[in-house]
Write a protein that binds this ligand. Sequence first.
Ligand code: 5GP
Ligand code: MN
Ligand code: MN
Length: 324
Amino acid sequence: MDIQKIIDKLANSKEVGIISHLSPDGDALGSQLALALGLEKMGIKTILINKDFVPENLSFLPSSQSIKPLESFTNIPEVLVFVDCATMERTGYDTDDINTNKIFTINIDHHISNSNFARYNLVKNQAAATAEIIYDLLSLLQIKMDKNIATSLYTGLSTDTGSFMYDNVTPTTHKVAADLIKYGADTSKVRVNFYENMSRNKVELLKQGLSNLNFSVDGRIAWIAYDLKSFEELNLSSTDADGMISYVKNISEVEVAMVFKEVQTNLYKVSMRSKSWFDVNELASLFDGGGHVRAAGCTIKGEINENIKKIVESCQQIMMRGGF
Ligand code: 5GP
Ligand code: MN
Ligand code: MN
């Protein structure tokens, strides 16, 4: 693990870029912003890069308005930190966009499928969230925690653990969360803005999804699908369907829940979650995706019913191997 090298490299940089993944979630943004706020305290200039916009329910995060796509910067710093990205491509940019010959890359992440793609890599798949790793890093850099940093990191921890409910939670997760609350993390801001902030149109989207719920293997596999039209009609984007998967997973019999979302014509983003034993990272990997054992995803081209058939059949096969 390159932690000491990363500390030295960051401490000796004047300017650092921080980038995260497409459709950024609470951990992506929380980690990115906390690292930036921390480095700024050391007098290091930071720029924040994401291809996709910050979703409305995370726009309360301090400094989130400073995140911009790569195209808006004429120069990017020599040091670029990737947070919460299993691969470089998860940023939505490739090695042509990010000139890796010139740029010094650092990869900080917790995905089991992480490919250690950077010059320096700090990948801990036992961490519940990248935010947990950033917390450690900021402590080692001797950066004084404050309310904004704590709120950003707490958001990452809370959202990647389903409010501290998932199997990825360890004693360390709770210890870090306790420290963050001590440093002033605004937990009610996180709750009200992220969890208690469903627009009526989103409720409508959820109703549509649940009215077309599908099951297989005696209800052990369940899925819903959204086409582009369902988002357009409600003036929503595909990220607005992000939380829907828990409603599918919450059903008693369900072990594997999936949500198929059309993000461009005939291009589907698939979210996968499992409840107790199924490895969704294995399933997603069959379709060039990845993630974690209990939460993974992939992107697949083609006609929706064929895509569903392919993925559900693979899911059934893995399930049969597990004895069902
Ligand atoms: P979500 O379903 O919330 O978009 O993603 C769940 C998890 O799977 C996240 O940890 C995310 O990083 C990972 N994931 C989602 N989509 C992809 C993908 O297309 N490729 C890879 N490698 N990981 C993904
Ligand atoms: Mn993420
Ligand atoms: Mn994460």
